[in-house]
Ligand binder design. Structure first.
Ligand SMILES: Cc1ncc(COP(=O)(O)O)c(C=O)c1O
Length: 934
C-alpha cells in the first residue's frame, strides 16, 4: 500500500472567494448528492488512467487537467459533507499537484470506494489513508443482514463563524473524545461559517440529523451558486429588520421550513434565557451557553436522534417475540407451534420465518397494546407519528385508507350535513357518506377527454358552490370539503390556497384531504407547505397569527365588499379569511403502505382540528370503533411505527431521490430518438389546462427548465403535476392501456396498475432504483425498435391499419360524463340550485327488491327510457376499477353521457355492475307528461 504523510496545509485548498459552481446541472438543487458521486467515480477512473504505464505525455497532460478541473469544481461542494473532509480531500489535491499519480490513485480509490460502499459510516479506517484495512463490502442491499447491526451514523451541521482550520479540528477532536462505547449512534461534524452555506448544506447533505448554531455569523457565502442563491433569497428573505443577532434563530427557523425533522441547538455567549425566550422555531431543542456544556451537547445529539429512531411498538413486539409465552387465547399461528409441528405446512414456516409467528398475538397485554384503546406503546407510536406528519393526533389504521376514509367521514358528519366532494374521490368516501347519512354535493373535476381521465376540481367552482349555498341559507349545514390530493394521475391542489379561500367564505369548514398516495409529500420542501394538508395548515396558521396579515386582511376587507354570490369580485379575487374567525379543522388520510415502508393496508389518519375535543372527538372514536377490527394485525401496526422512523430519519433523502429518478426517467423517454416516436410521458402542459397553470410552466424536461421553473410553478399555480406519477401515452404505439399493461407484465415482468384507453400510469416511489429505471427505458427502446422494424416491413394496408388503430385510440375517445344530478325524490328541495342529495335513502331503497329493476346496458330499452322516460335512477354504486370512483351513485339520474361512457368502458372490473343482469335501477313511476329535463 502506498503511504505518505497526508494533508499538508498548502493542499487544503478552499474554494476561492466567489468561485462559481457548475450550474449546468438541470436540477442542481436536487441532485448535488448524485452529481457528487458521479464526480468521484469519474475521478477514480481518471486516477487509474493517470497511473497506468505507457500513457503519452500529451494524454497525461489532458487527464491531469481534467482531474484538476474536477477537483476545483468539487472543492466548493465537498465542504457540505463530513467525508472525505478537508484532510483527505487535500491529500488528493496535493498528490495531483505533485504529479504523484500512484498516491493520487490510492487516495481517490479509497475515498470513492468508501463513498460507494458507505464504509465511512461504519469504520474509522475509511477515514485513515494510512490504514491497511480496506472495507470491500458489496454495495448491494443487505437482504440477509450479513453486515450485522452496526451503529447508525449521521452528521451534525455546525454553523461557526471565523474558526480557523485548527480550531475546528480541535472542536471535532474534543467531541470525538466524548464518544462512549455505549453510544447508540456515531456522528461527525460538517462546519460552515455563514447563513447561506448552512442552508446549502441543509438542502444537499442527506446525512444531517442535527444542527448546532453558534451565535454571531455573517449571512453571505463565499461561494456563488447562481440559481441556488436566488432560491435561498426568495425562501428566506432576510429583512432589514433582522440584525446579525437574530440570524441564529432565523436560521433555525429556515432550516425547519426545509427539513422540520432536523434537531437544532443554539449556542450563544449572550444571555441564554434571552435567546430561549425569543419564541424559537419548533425544531430548537435547547439553547446552550458557549462551549461550557460539550457533554450535554453530545448527549443531546444522541437523544434527539434517539427520539426519532425509537419505534416503541416495534421494539416491544421484538421483545415480546423473544420471550417464552404460553398462549391460551385464539390465534393458533401465534408462536408458530401449529406450523412447526405440522407435517404439511412446514413450508409456510420456512417461507415467512419464525419471527412472524413469534411476534403474533391476539393479546393486548405483556408489552403489547390495544389499537382500540391505546394506553402504552401504540399511544406513544401515535404521538411520534403525529409529530412526524405535523398533526395534533395520528391514528393507525390496519385496513387501508379505504377504512381510514370511512372513519373520518362517519366521525365528522351526521345525517343532513352537506359535504362538498369531488365525484372522482375514492369509493370509500361515498360509502362513508351513506353510513353517516350526510348529503353529498358532487363537484366536477375538469375532464381530460383525450386521455380518458379527470383532473381535479377548480377552486372557482368550489367557491361558487359555497356562495350558492350561502345564498340559499344553507352554509350552516355545510360540514366538510373532501378532495383527493394527489389524484391518481398526479394532479396536486394548491392546498394552501384552497383552504384560505374557502375559509374566507365559511371560517369553520372542515377539510378532509385524501392523501392516500401522498404520505411521502411531507418529506420534500417542494410539496410540504403549499401542497400537503398538514404543511399548508401550519403555513396558514403562522400567516394568520402575524401582524402583517392583519393589515393585509383589513385592506382586503375594505376592497372586496360583501362576499356573496352576487359579488363578481368574490369569485375572481383571491379571498382572505378573517383571522379572528378562522378555525383550523383539517384531516388527512395516508395509505402509508402506498408510498412509505409500511406493510400493505397500513394507513394513518392525521388530525389537526382545533375543535376536535369540543366538537367531535367522541363521534370520531365511535367511528373508529365501528370500522376497526378487534384483531388488528400486529405486523401492520409495527410497520407503521417503523415507516414513521424511516420517514423522519431519511424521508428527505429517499423522497428527493425518488423525485430525481422520476425526472430523469421523463427526460430519457421524452428525449429519446426512438422511444419518443411512439411513447411519451405526459407533462403539465398535457394534463393541466393553461388557465390553471398561471406560471406558464409546460414541460419538466424542456431545455432551460431548472428547479426554479418548477418551484415557481408549484408556489403559484392552481394545479401542479406530481413528477413522480408518470402517465405514458401508449395509444400512439397502437396499444390500448389494458393491452399494454398485460404486455409489460407478461413479457417483461414490469407491473403497473392504472390504465386508460390510451395511457398507462407508472408510479414511482422510494423503492425505485436506477437499475429499475434503466430496465424500463431498455424495454421501451426494445418495443419501439420492434415497431420500427414491423412498420418498415409493413404493406400499405398494414400501415393503414396501424394508423387507424392509433387514430381510434387517440382521437375517437368517449366523452367523460359529469355527475348528472340526484332524482327529485332524493332531494330536500328540488328547486334548489345546489345539488346535494340524500344518497343514503336511495341506497337503502334498493334493499327491497320490489323497488328495483335491471335493464341490460346494450338494450334498446335503455335508449327508449333515456328518450321517453321514466328517468333511469341508479340503485347502487357503479365503480369501474381502477381507478375506483363511482360513475353512478344511488339515487342519481343516469344520463345518456353516462350510458355512452359505460358502453365504451374497457376495464375488466366494474364493481356494482353485472353485465348478465344489466344496470340496477330504482323503479320510477311512469311520467304523466315527459320526463323532466335538467
Ligand atoms: C385516492 C384513494 N383513496 C383511498 C384509497 C384506498 O386506499 P387503500 O388501498 O389503502 O385502502 C385509494 C386506493 O387506491 C385511493 O386511490
Amino acid at each position: 500500500m502506498a503511504t505518505r504523510k497526508i494533508a499538508s496545509k498548502k493542499a487544503v485548498r478552499k474554494a476561492s472567494p466567489k468561485s462559481v459552481v457548475d450550474t449546468s446541472l438541470q436540477y442542481l438543487l436536487f441532485n448535488a448528492s448524485d452529481r457528487r458521486s458521479d464526480h468521484w467515480s469519474e475521478l477514480h477512473i481518471l486516477s487509474g488512467k493517470l497511473n497506468s504505464v505507457g500513457v503519452s505525455k500529451q494524454k497525461t497532460g489532458e487527464l491531469h487537467a481534467r482531474a484538476d478541473a474536477l477537483l476545483t469544481q468539487m472543492a466548493a461542494l465537498e465542504g457540505f459533507w463530513a467525508f472525505p473532509g478537508k484532510a483527505l480531500f487535500g491529500a488528493a489535491v496535493d498528490a495531483l499537484q505533485d504529479a504523484d499519480y500512484g498516491y493520487f490513485q490510492h487516495v481517490v480509490t479509497r475515498i470513492s470506494n468508501a463513498l460507494k460502499n458507505e464504509s465511512y459510516r461504519r469504520s474509522s479506517e475509511a477515514w485513515d489513508l494510512n490504514s491497511d484495512a480496506e472495507d470491500d463490502t458489496l454495495t448491494i442491499p443487505d437482504y440477509h443482514n450479513q453486515r450485522g447491526s452496526q451503529r447508525p451514523y449521521f452528521e451534525v451541521l455546525a454553523v461557526v463563524a471565523g474558526g480557523s482550520e485548527e480550531h475546528l479540528e480541535r472542536v471535532r477532536q474534543e467531541i470525538r473524545s466524548l464518544r462512549r462505547p455505549e453510544d447508540p449512534f456515531q456522528y461527525e461534524f460538517v462546519f460552515v461559517s455563514n447563513f447561506e452555506d448552512a442552508m446549502m448544506a441543509t438542502l444537499v447533505n442527506f446525512n444531517l440529523q442535527a444542527v448546532v448554531i453558534y451565535d454571531g455569523f455573517p449571512y453571505a457565502s463565499d461561494l456563488e451558486f447562481p440559481e441556488l442563491n436566488e432560491y435561498l433569497r426568495r425562501h428566506m428573505p432576510v429583512t432589514d429588520s433582522l440584525s446579525n443577532e437574530d440570524y441564529a434563530t432565523e436560521l433555525a427557523y429556515r432550516i425547519y421550513r426545509i427539513r422540520p425533522e432536523l434537531d437544532a441547538y443554539l449556542m450563544t455567549e449572550r444571555s441564554v434565557e434571552d435567546l430561549a425566550g425569543k419564541d424559537p422555531a419548533p425544531n430548537v431543542r435547547r439553547v446552550f451557553y458557549g462551549a461550557e456544556e460539550m457533554m450535554e451537547l453530545h448527549l443531546s445529539f444522541l437523544a434527539g436522534v434517539g427520539e426519532r429512531y425509537d419505534a416503541p411498538f416495534f421494539e416491544n413486539l421484538k421483545n415480546y417475540a423473544r420471550r417464552p409465552v404460553g398462549t391460551w387465547h385464539a390465534l393458533p399461528v401465534a408462536r408458530g407451534k401449529s406450523i412447526y409441528k405440522s407435517h404439511w405446512i412446514q413450508d409456510m414456516g420456512q417461507f415467512y420465518g419464525a419471527n412472524l409467528f413469534l411476534a403474533e398475538s391476539s393479546a393486548t397485554s405483556g408489552g403489547l397494546d390495544s389499537l382500540l384503546e391505546p394506553t402504552g406503546n401504540i399511544k406513544l407510536a401515535h404521538e411520534k407519528a403525529a409529530r412526524c406528519f405535523g398533526a395534533d393526533h395520528t391514528y393507525f389504521v390496519t385496513n387501508g385508507t379505504s377504512t381510514a376514509n370511512k372513519i373520518v367521514v362517519q366521525g365528522v358528519c351526521k345525517p343532513g350535513d352537506i359535504v362538498l366532494i369531488d365525484r372522482n374521490c375514492h369509493k370509500s368516501h361515498h360509502y362513508g357518506l351513506v353510513l353517516s347519512g350526510a348529503q353529498p354535493l358532487y363537484m366536477d373535476a375538469f375532464p381530460l377527454v383525450p386521455y380518458s381521465m379527470y383532473g381535479a376540481v377548480p377552486l372557482e367552482s368550489i367557491k361558487r358552490t359555497l356562495l350558492q349555498l350561502k345564498a340559499e341559507g344553507k352554509l350552516d349545514k355545510v360540514r366538510m370539503l373532501l378532495l383527493t390530493n394527489v389524484t391518481f394521475d398526479g394532479h396536486l391542489y394548491n392546498v394552501r390556497r384552497v383552504m384560505e379561500e374557502c375559509l374566507a367564505i365559511k371560517p369553520d369548514l372542515i377539510f378532509l384531504w385524501d392523501e392516500a398516495w401522498y404520505a411521502f409529500g411531507r418529506f420534500s420542501p417542494f410539496y410540504r407547505r403549499t401542497r400537503t394538508a398538514m404543511g399548508a395548515r401550519e403555513d396558514l396558521a403562522e400567516r394568520y397569527s402575524s401582524d402583517e396579515y392583519r393589515e393585509e386582511y383589513a385592506k382586503f376587507k375594505k376592497s372586496i365588499g360583501k362576499i356573496d354570490i352576487s359579488n363578481k369580485k368574490a369569485l375572481s379575487s383571491r379571498l382572505l379569511p378573517d383571522p379572528d374567525q378562522v378555525r383550523f379543522r383539517v384531516y388527512c388520510t395516508h395509505s402509508t403502505h402506498k408510498s412509505l415502508s409500511a406493510l400493505r393496508q397500513g394507513s394513518m389518519i392525521h388530525v389537526n382540528d382545533q375543535d376536535f375535543n369540543e366538537d367531535n372527538y367522541e363521534a370520531f372514536e365511535e367511528a373508529f370503533m365501528t370500522h376497526t377490527s378487534t384483531s388488528p394485525n400486529q405486523q401492520i401496526i409495527a410497520s407503521l411505527d417503523v415507516a414513521r422512523r424511516q420517514a423522519e430519519l431519511e424521508g428527505y433523502e429517499f423522497v428527493t431521490k425518488q423525485i430525481l429518478l422520476a425526472l430523469e426517467l421523463r427526460r430519457q423517454v421524452n428525449n429519446h430518438p426512438v422511444i419518443s416516436k411512439y411513447f411519451r410521458f405526459l407533462d403539465p402542459v398535457d394534463l393541466i389546462p393553461a388557465r390553471y397553470r398561471q406560471s406558464g410552466f409546460e414541460k419538466f424536461s424542456a431545455p432551460g427548465v431548472t428547479w426554479k421553473t418548477v418551484t415557481d410553478a408549484w408556489d403559484e399555480d392552481e394545479f401542479a403535476l406530481d413528477p413522480t406519477r408518470l402517465t405514458l401515452v401508449c395509444g400512439t404505439a397502437g396499444y390500448d392501456g389494458t393491452e399494454f399493461k398485460a404486455l409489460l407484465a407478461d413479457k417483461y415482468e414490469i407491473q403497473i396498475n392504472k390504465t386508460t384507453r390510451n395511457t398507462v400510469l407508472f408510479q414511482s416511489n422510494i423503492n425505485n432504483t436506477h437499475s429499475a429505471t434503466a430496465y424500463l427505458i431498455e424495454t421501451l427502446v426494445k418495443l419501439s425498435r420492434q415497431l420500427d422494424s414491423r412498420l418498415a416491413r409493413a404493406s400499405a394496408a398494414e400501415r393503414a391499419a396501424f394508423n387507424a388503430r392509433v387514430k381510434s385510440l387517440t382521437e375517437d375517445v368517449p366523452d367523460l360524463p359529469d355527475f348528472s344530478h340526484f332524482h327529485d325524490k332524493y332531494r330536500n328541495n328540488p328547486k334548489s340550485k345546489t345539488r346535494e342529495g340524500n344518497m343514503r335513502e336511495g341506497f337503502f331503497a334498493a334493499y327491497e327488491s320490489k323497488n328495483c329493476e335491471h335493464i341490460k346496458l346494450f338494450s334498446k330499452e335503455i335508449d327508449d327510457r333515456l328518450s321517453k322516460g321514466p328517468e333511469l335512477v341508479s340503485a347502487n354504486f357503479v365503480i369501474p376499477y381502477p381507478p375506483g370512483f363511482p360513475i353512478m351513485v344511488p339515487g342519481q339520474v343516469i344520463s345518456r353521457g353516462i350510458i355512452n361512457f359505460m358502453r365504451a368502458l374497457d376495464v375488466k372490473e366494474i364493481h356494482g355492475y353485472h353485465a348478465e343482469m344489466g344496470i340496477k335501477l330504482i323503479k320510477m313511476p311512469k311520467p304523466r307528461a315527459t320526463a323532466k329535463k335538467r
